[in-house]
Design a protein around this ligand. Structure first.
Ligand code: AHR
Length: 494
């Protein structure tokens, strides 16, 4: 069966906020330490302690925003432990993640340097669960106060005269769980109190982000919106794609067609979740002032054999590439409310874009999707009527294809994926609302030699994008594309 789409090029329906392509880096496993931070004395080439190879790879993605320091770690993090001379910084135990010693060598200054090197906005997540209002207030003052103030003086003493610009600040993380096991009514009140002291110093203007729900916890969204909407600029949502159940998530690379299907089916649940949380938000905020930020999403499998279970290290295959592409399309679709998303997590943890092993690294299939989809950053989202062929397995059915279309600088980009593990997808695109239908077509394809194809430091190019020759303009001006099974492609028209 054919997959058909009518693209209404004269009907832009919104803008795809580049922040939907955001990332998340927590003090967890080998994400920060080893993955990003190696220290100035390391043999691994680095820029003021940040490893150059990873930095360069991440710079290639044009990351718009990076969330830090957690996650669950955020609600046990005390920022003052992470400033001043590194040798004398307090050592603590990372109780959430593997019980390892955290030496606090990567703190506020190091994170904000990383953001400067990446050219991205920092998104700082504050501590509500085990921190105080004063501690949060002082952190914001430390980073952003431009006048004479105790924290600005402390900042200068620590080597930074000029304040940083901090646009995004989260007031707690998963406060229904690792962030304090609070009831929504209690957290709503705590949120109102804490955010009062998240002040705008000078010209700095902070987007105050309230901790939102996970998965199907609609009551949390309802209560937060009812009790605290006027005090927030954004509310979060967390959803992870777990193929079957948490107790037995399965391997990242050793899986069959049934597991492939189930993983993609679960990834597509994001659409329903976002739609339902949005409906609740619409009730209290019909003008859509408050953003929905999906600041944790991605696949979550069993850790790689022999690795620390608390480090959440997993490989990343073509299956993850498909999850990423289909999920990003869902965020595009909901871009009237979803204005930021942060995939978990940047390096060596969960659905990472970069994996390292000692001094070596590789980028993952998920990295390539983010790279190929760069064209959508801040682009105009075009109206599309898409009819997908079904993809059925064991009595369950999901759409075979997922597509999204945007325009920037006069060029139209169609990103598409074929979720089927074994059947090629024929797609027919009718472009309406254009004065001429003869613009040149070029494309890029990401396809593996197996469903579980993945990159390793020994074989870093097993999965990489190649030119896509499967699209042709037809005599009637439409475009016909044949997409191999289990693949992602981006077409450029113009
Ligand atoms: O990303 C890993 C963890 O998942 C985060 O620390 C937490 O917020 C979530 O439960």
């Amino acid at each position: 069966m054919t997959n058909r789409a009518i693209i209404n090029a004269d009907r832009p329906i919104g803008t795809i906020d580049r922040n939907i392509y955001g990332h998340f880096a927590e003090h967890l496993g080998r994400c920060i330490y080893e993955g990003i931070w190696v220290g100035e004395d390391s043999e691994i080439p680095n820029t003021k302690g940040i490893r150059n190879d990873v930095l360069q790879a991440l710079q290639g993605l044009n990351i718009p925003v990076l969330r830090w320091p957690g996650g669950c770690f955020a609600d046990e993090y005390h920022w003052k432990d992470g400033i001043g001379p590194r040798e004398s910084r307090k050592r603590m135990v990372n109780t959430n993640w593997g019980g390892v010693v955290e030496n606090n060598h990567f703190g506020t200054h190091e994170f904000l340097l990383l953001c400067e090197l990446l050219g991205c906005e920092p998104y700082i997540n504050g501590n509500v669960g085990s921190g105080t209002v004063q501690e949060m207030q002082e952190w914001v003052e430390y980073m952003t106060s431009d006048g004479e103030s105790p924290m600005a003086a402390l900042r200068a003493e620590s080597g930074r005269e000029k304040p940083w610009a901090i646009k995004y600040f989260g007031v707690g993380n998963e406060n229904w769980g690792c962030g304090g096991n609070m009831r929504p009514e209690y957290y709503a009140d705590e949120y109102r109190r804490y955010q009062t002291y998240v002040r705008n110093y000078g010209a700095n203007k902070i987007t105050r982000i309230a901790c939102g729900a996970s998965d199907f916890n609609f009551n949390w969204t309802e209560v937060l919106m009812r009790e605290a909407a006027p005090y927030m600029d954004a509310l979060t949502l967390h959803y992870y794609t777990v193929p079957f159940e948490w107790a037995a998530k399965g391997s990242a690379t050793d899986f069959d067609a049934k597991t492939w299907f189930q993983t993609l089916r679960k990834a597509l649940v994001m659409d329903e979740l976002v739609a339902k949380h949005k409906t609740i938000m619409d009730k209290y905020d019909p003008g859509k002032r408050i953003s929905l930020i999906v600041d944790e999403w991605g696949t979550w499998y069993d850790v790689e054999p022999g690795t620390n279970p608390g480090f959440l290290y997993q490989q990343n295959s073509m299956r993850d590439a498909l999850v990423a592409a289909a999920t990003l399309h869902i965020f595009h679709k909901h871009s009237d409310r979803v204005r930021m998303a942060n995939i978990a997590q940047t390096v060596n943890v969960l659905q990472a874009v970069v994996l390292t092993e000692g001094g070596k690294m590789t980028v993952t299939p998920t990295y390539h999707v983010f790279d190929m989809f760069n064209v959508h950053h801040d682009a105009e989202l075009l109206d599309v009527v898409h009819e997908s062929a079904p993809y059925a397995l064991d009595g369950e059915t999901i759409p075979q294809t997922s597509i999204s279309v945007s325009r920037k600088d006069g060029v139209i980009h169609i990103s598409m994926c074929n979720l089927s593990h074994d059947e090629a997808a024929t797609l027919s695109f009718e472009l309406r609302g254009l004065t001429a239908n003869d613009a040149p077509i070029a494309g890029t394809l990401l396809q593996g030699d197996a469903l579980n194809a993945h990159n390793t430091v020994e074989q870093p190019d097993r999965v990489r994008p190649v030119p896509f020759a499967g699209a042709e303009r037809q005599a009637d001006g439409s475009i016909r594309a044949v997409l191999p099974p289990a693949s992602v492609a981006v077409l450029r028209i113009g």
